[in-house]
Design a protein around this ligand. Structure first.
Ligand code: UDP
Ligand code: MG
Length: 313
């Protein structure tokens, strides 16, 4: 018999939770040989999510929960869940039933019978998603796979089942700027990918806006590639060469035809162009520097306000 921990990060999910819990119960019935533990993480929800946790806990001993003092983000919620989990196998799953919990049975079997340490999921398509969003998502995966050694799978979901060994490895990465999709890949191990059709969330609203996703993808690039830093040096070399050619041209021209005052527009264009590139490079540097700044402060990744054991009222 094995113990399986299921981690559910929740941010304003009071509507979706009852559906999810019902599905999870079904799974535990199908996999009745195994012991279960549900770890609900309340990521500073503004609705009654925590109350739902408390109710679930009151009627089901397998329910455990961690409640943050504010919203720390899904990455922090997953990390808190991984730290709290005690199972031999650990799963992470979204609260909105976009990932079918019934797959857990198949995933568990795979880990038992085949030589894998992790079964992860991806969606087949991006159906039901705005076209612009799909386009940028695809471009992001192309870009990061080009410039990073850690490969990311397009359409990868955060629904996965891992062995205790892999979880322990992930817990060793204590960085503050957490980009889970990269971290899961970075630790290595054998991962089997299974895919299913994209479904809409069962209730509630998505927490992601276009810009939210945009900055999240920047986070991923900065956390898993230092290649952008090289852009500054490349531009430097390029402009050095251009300036040499330009100097040769000016000198020749002046020697041959003299030097009438002209070229003011050229000058302005040049200043703007090079100034712009300098700012771009400074900006890239700043992005890395700011991550470094946050990292050296060694702030905790999350702050817990209440758990099922510390409940006072
Ligand atoms: N989530 C979270 N903290 C946040 C945002 C989201 O814990 O700050 C959780 C959310 O409750 C859900 C999961 O992360 O269980 C995925 O969120 P969502 O469904 O909004 O993302 P999408 O499926 O649209 O990518
Ligand atoms: Mg969702």
């Amino acid at each position: 018999m094995h113990k399986i921990s299921i981690i559910i990060p929740c941010y304003n999910e009071e509507e979706a939770l009852p559906y999810l819990y019902k599905e999870l119960e079904k799974v535990t019935k199908v996999m009745s040989e195994q012991e279960f533990e549900f770890i609900f993480v309340n990521d500073g929800s503004k609705d009654k999510t925590l109350d739902v946790f408390r109710e679930l806990r009151a009627k089901d001993e397998r329910v455990r929960y961690v409640s943050f003092s504010r919203n720390f983000g899904k990455e922090a919620a997953i990390f808190a869940g991984l730290e709290t989990a005690t199972g031999d196998y650990v799963a992470t799953i979204d609260a909105d039933l976009q990932d079918p919990p019934m797959l857990l049975e198949e995933m568990y079997k795979t880990l038992q019978t085949e030589d894998y340490d992790c079964v992860a999921t991806r969606r087949e398509d991006r159906k039901g998603e705005p076209i612009i969003r799909s386009f940028f998502a695809r471009k992001f995966y192309q870009l990061i796979n080009n410039i990073s050694d850690t490969k990311l799978v397009d359409g990868a979901r955060d629904f996965r089942l891992m062995t205790r060994q892999m979880v322990d490895s992930i817990l060793e990465l204590r960085e503050y700027n957490r980009f889970s999709k990269g971290i899961f890949g970075w630790v290595g191990y054998n991962t089997k990918w299974i895919s299913y059709e994209n479904v809409e969330r069962v209730a509630g609203k998505t927490k992601w806006s276009f810009w939210g996703l945009f900055f999240y993808s920047l986070e991923g690039i900065i956390a898993f590639s230092t290649r952008p830093l090289a852009i500054a040096s490349l531009f430097g070399i390029l402009f050095f060469i251009i300036s040499l050619v330009f100097i040769a041209y000016i000198v020749t021209k002046t020697l041959l035809w003299g030097d009438p005052v002209a070229g003011f527009p050229t000058l302005i264009c040049g200043i703007f162009f090079i100034g712009g590139i300098q700012l771009l490079c400074l900006g890239i540097l700043g992005q890395y520097l700011s991550r470094l700044y946050l990292e050296v402060k060694r702030r905790p990744i999350y702050i817990v306000k209440e758990t099922e054991k510390s409940k006072i009222k």
